[in-house]
Ligand binder design. Structure first.
Ligand code: ATP
Length: 229
């Protein structure tokens, strides 16, 4: 299987703080790839670097064997923080604005609304949405332009149990359409339920990487420090 993302020897220091140390990993095409680790283990830093939001102190990475530019950039949808939607505008109008910013066609909007289960609420103002619906709208927005890869930082953070279940189902459905998903999570339970592959990070160091089932089989060694939900 080809790799969507390859990282070699990535390190990141913030002054005297070492956030990442010599991280190497490969994300297979079609996987739901979890970056698992407790707070401060370097997950957000890793995602920031591969999306060119942060500069690495050392190391390299390639998307589809290429730098993160042009066409490659357009084939990756990301939610690193909650997007700023307009509270008094409808979900549909918010997606039109997002599509214009991303230079994605408006013809994508009905499809992403359908996919995220928001079609029936497309004319409701954003401010009337539950947190789970807001996160699904963020996913709808990330899906505009039909990217091959979605990168999500803690996609279920702060949601109620229904919202968590909805977003996890949606992630599985998106992956079932052939897209690759990379998600950061501090929840072992989430990675177990949603991901096919996992990289376990601890204090910026990779402790284990591979199929979720293989890694969980050795969880006494590698997952002992990851908090349960
Ligand atoms: P969280 O879920 O809390 O965001 P994380 O696993 O995503 O955790 P990072 O946010 O990547 O971890 O942080 C890794 C380390 O780098 C932590 O020790 C953090 O305090 C430190 N760090 C992150 N950003 C900065 C910054 N801008 N300046 C200084 N230190 C930072």
């Amino acid at each position: 299987m080809a790799n969507v993302l390859e990282i070699q020897g990535l390190s990141k220091n913030y002054g005297s703080v070492t956030a990442l140390q010599n991280l190497s990993l490969q994300v297979p095409q079609g996987s739901i790839y979890g970056l698992l680790g407790p707070n401060g283990s370097g997950k957000t830093t890793t995602l920031g670097i591969v999306l060119d939001v942060l500069k690495a102190s050392a190391g390299t990475f390639q998307w589809f064997g290429q730098p993160y530019t042009g066409t490659v950039k357009r084939s990756i949808g990301a939610i690193l923080e909650t997007p700023n939607f307009y509270p008094y505008l409808s979900a549909y109008k918010n997606l039109q604005i997002a599509a214009d910013i991303k230079k994605a066609p408006h013809s994508d909007i009905p499809q992403v609304l359908e996919m995220t289960g928001l079609a029936a609420r497309q004319n409701s103002p954003f401010r009337t949405f539950s947190l789970g619906m807001k996160q699904r709208l963020a996913l709808a927005s990330a899906l505009l332009g039909n990217p091959e890869v979605l990168v999500l930082d803690e996609p279920t953070n702060g949601l109620d149990p229904q919202g968590i279940a909805d977003v996890r189902n949606l992630i599985r459905n998106i992956a079932a359409q052939g897209k690759t998903i990379i998600l950061a999570s501090h929840l072992l339970d989430e990675v177990e339920k949603v991901c096919t592959h996992v990289a376990v990070l601890q204090k910026g160091i990779l402790k284990a990487e591979g199929n979720v089932s293989n890694i969980l089989a050795q969880q006494d060694q590698v997952l002992i420090t990851v908090p349960q939900p």
